[in-house]
Design a protein around this ligand. Structure first.
Ligand SMILES: [Ca+2]
Length: 236
């Protein structure tokens, strides 16, 4: 199991043909045309089953199918959900139209009165990943810093086992776009029984002096078992 390099959007993927002749696809980000299946529950925050508390208050993810506050991290309060038309496009963190559908989420991270704080979003995979069977997973999410606290945000995205608490970091990158959405994505080979996805701020020190805020939309975890993956198996 190894983490592959993180990528930004618009990566021009290599072809499976290339993997056969020179390099293995597993050493590169997946081609966007690769045959992958979405396995994250409610990936765009569009399924809301109840009345959600106002953003900025504890328990704001209540009623959002598949999503809860993540474990562990020192949290300023809790992650937020913004649903149309109450808090979109205008809310207490600024103006932003959804990238996808009608709703999005938001998290705080950064240094606040000397302490680094972050908020953590945890999503649910449709089924636990198969233990002992290596697959390639592509993880991505779209971010934008709110216009009120529009400082850069250092973000990590992890696969997580809710029983063993094992984590596998897939993305570690900075969000700095306060005007539009930007994608962070990466791919990973994993053979562990992960069942959750976590999105949270990460303390990078030099950027940890200011509390920032980041919107999140169109999250994705894709399982990719064909194409380059199959070809790569022949090279081992
Ligand atoms: Ca959405």
């Amino acid at each position: 199991m190894k983490v592959l390099q993180n990528i930004q959007t618009l990566f021009i993927g290599i072809t499976c043909l290339a993997s056969m002749s020179i390099v293995a696809c597993h050493d590169h980000p997946l081609d966007s045309n690769n045959n992958c299946t979405e396995i994250l529950v409610n990936p765009s925050f569009e399924s809301i089953t109840g009345t959600t508390p106002n953003p900025g208050h504890s328990g704001a993810l209540t009623g959002v199918e598949g999503w809860v506050k993540g474990p562990g991290a020192p949290q300023q309060n809790s992650p937020d959900i913004y649903d149309s038309p109450q808090e979109i496009p205008k809310n207490f963190m600024g103006n932003r139209t959804p990238l996808d559908g009608n709703n999005y989420a938001g998290i705080s991270q950064g240094r606040h009165y000397g302490n680094y704080l972050n908020e953590s979003l945890m999503g649910t995979l449709q089924s636990q990943l198969p233990e002992g069977e290596e697959r390639t997973y592509r993880v991505s999410a779209w971010f934008s810093t709110g216009s009120v606290r529009r400082y850069p945000s250092d973000i990590e995205i992890l696969l997580y086992n809710s029983q063993t608490r094992e984590e596998l970091q897939v993305v570690d990158a900075r969000v700095s776009n306060s005007q539009n959405w930007e994608e962070l994505s990466g791919s990973v080979d994993a053979n562990k029984a992960f069942d959750r996805l976590i999105i949270r701020g990460i303390n990078k020190g030099e950027n940890g002096h200011t509390l920032s805020y980041t919107y999140v939309d169109k999250v994705s975890v894709q399982e990719c078992t064909s194409g380059c993956g199959d070809q790569n198996d022949d090279l081992r």
